[in-house]
Design a protein around this ligand. Structure first.
Ligand code: URP
Ligand code: ZN
Ligand code: ZN
Length: 470
């Protein structure tokens, strides 16, 4: 049998095992995975001896081309997904945000038109609900059927994005029936607003007050509240961007009671801390993202949560704004600094480096967190997230011993700074294949805009949780 591509002799990694095998690709799918497959007739052979062969990364939390008042996040679907590909990510799920008065379908259509013809890798959409009405509740059922099977609600940003508890409960109840998964941004919005008013009244305008007005307790209190709402509704829940020990404890307690509560953290919470907001001058603005960076102790707790299974995924919350021209709008008032940071390119490298190379997690857990569990939770498995016959040929040949220094001079994200400037990471994607096409090879981009397709996702395939389950 002739294959389009044969990846030979690599260490093929899944959450369960690592085995030396060849991977054959044909027609955009994985054809076979076995030792010593015939070389004859293969269109292209990659010798992956000594390399990891892993399923393409899946980043389920990005904000590309996202309007924020008069500005937009600085990466669009082309530049953002190209940078993702350089970092070994072959699938993203972005957030289609509903504006006030808009239907969810309008929001999804808007986001699809931004992505279509631009994305270089496959993309799904969550839909963010900011304005709930009976008609919007009806739309939830339709969207789940149309492959937009997850929704985000905000407990923060009152008057703009926040839903109150009654509305969140209604969304959860609806999703308990239609199979949708509710993703939540857990911060007690009104409490934050009060703290912000106090800070500004006291003349505190520097970037570090962004973190001081959004303490960990505000996140943990909201996390506990929304878990209670999900339990009342008998609905599964996915807590986005968990930052701190206290919130982690809420998630762990829920999971210990076998509630279907899932949670992610992001690389910046694992590598950066509140100290970064204290950098000289206005540099702290580069680290203004929400929820804010925490303490070193929280980083340890998050790594532990990744190892033990309290957390199931690492995603980036990629929401880049340029330092010059965007972040600097808040030079005299931290509340005007656009929230968010760039990260879509470095998720795999950081997770491998800080996780596997540093001895905190196994390479199998790395694959589970970066690809397999997100695919399962967000209804893409086994099309995505696994190297097995019939799955999409989304594959990364990953060099576990290569090193790279992260810098804005060399990264591919369209943003003028890096949060990790100068950091050396171990573990580099060498070849990236998306649906059977080589899109990155040795630092060269070989893909093209528009190659990425909208993914109609199924519903969450893991309804029951346990501490060890992805
Ligand atoms: O600062 C962030 N994370 N901005 C993006 C919106 C969100 O809350 O996820
Ligand atoms: Zn959020
Ligand atoms: Zn986000």
């Amino acid at each position: 049998m002739a294959y389009d591509i044969l990846i030979a002799n690599g260490r093929v990694v899944s959450p369960e095992e690592t085995r030396v095998a060849d991977v054959a690709i044909g027609g955009g799918r994985i054809a076979e995975v076995a030792p010593h497959l015939p070389r004859d007739g293969a269109g292209r052979i990659f010798d992956a001896a000594g390399k990891l062969v892993i399923p393409g990364g899946i980043d389920v939390h990005t904000h590309l081309d996202m309007p924020l008042g008069k500005i937009r996040s600085s990466d669009d679907f082309e530049t953002g997904t190209r940078a993702a590909a350089f970092g070994g990510t072959t699938t993203i799920i972005d957030f289609a945000n509903q504006s006030r008065g808009q239907s969810l379908h309008q929001a999804v259509a808007e986001w699809k038109s931004r992505a279509a013809g631009n994305a270089v890798i496959d993309y799904g959409l969550h839909c963010t609900i900011c304005d709930l009405s009976p008609a919007v509740l009806e739309e939830l059922d339709e969207l789940v059927r149309e492959g937009v099977s997850s929704f985000k609600v905000f407990m923060a940003y009152p008057g703009r994005l926040m839903l109150n508890d009654a509305a969140i409960l209604q969304v959860l109840q609806r999703c308990a029936r239609n199979g949708g998964l509710v993703c939540v941004h857990a911060e007690d919005g009104p409490a934050v607003e009060a703290l912000i008013r106090e800070a500004l009244a006291a003349g505190h305008t520097a970037p570090k007050y962004h973190a001081l007005t959004r303490p960990a307790t505000v996140e943990a209190a909201a996390t506990a509240r929304v878990i209670a709402l999900a339990e009342m509704a008998s609905a599964p829940l996915y807590v986005v961007h968990v930052t701190c020990r206290q919130s982690l404890e809420c998630v762990a307690a829920a999971r210990a009671r076998s509630l279907p509560v899932f949670a992610e953290t992001c690389p910046h919470y694992l590598f950066l801390s509140r100290d970064d907001l204290d950098r000289p001058g206005f540099e702290g603005a580069k680290f203004v993202l929400t929820p804010p960076l925490r303490e070193k102790d929280d980083q340890q707790a998050l790594w532990e949560g990744l190892r033990t299974g309290v957390l199931q995924a690492v995603s980036t919350d990629h929401c880049p704004f340029n330092y010059h021209g965007q972040k600097d709008r808040g030079r005299n008032d931290f509340t005007l600094i656009p929230n968010g940071g760039p990260g879509i390119e470095h998720r795999l490298g950081l997770l491998y480096s800080g996780g596997v190379a540093a001895g905190r997690i196994s390479e199998n857990r790395f694959v589970e967190l970066a690809s397999t569990a997100p695919a399962r939770i967000f209804g893409m498995y086994p099309r995505k997230g696994v190297i097995a016959p019939g799955s999409d040929a989304d594959i990364v040949i990953f060099d576990p011993s290569a090193e790279r220094i992260i810098s804005a001079q060399t990264h591919h994200m369209r943003v003028d700074y890096s949060m990790y400037e100068g950091l050396k990471v171990r573990g580099v994607p060498q070849v990236v294949i998306a649906r059977g096409q080589v899109i990155v090879e040795n630092d060269a981009f070989l893909g093209h805009a528009g190659a990425g397709e909208f993914l109609k996702r199924d519903v969450c395939s893991i309804a029951v949780t346990s501490q060890s389950q992805g």
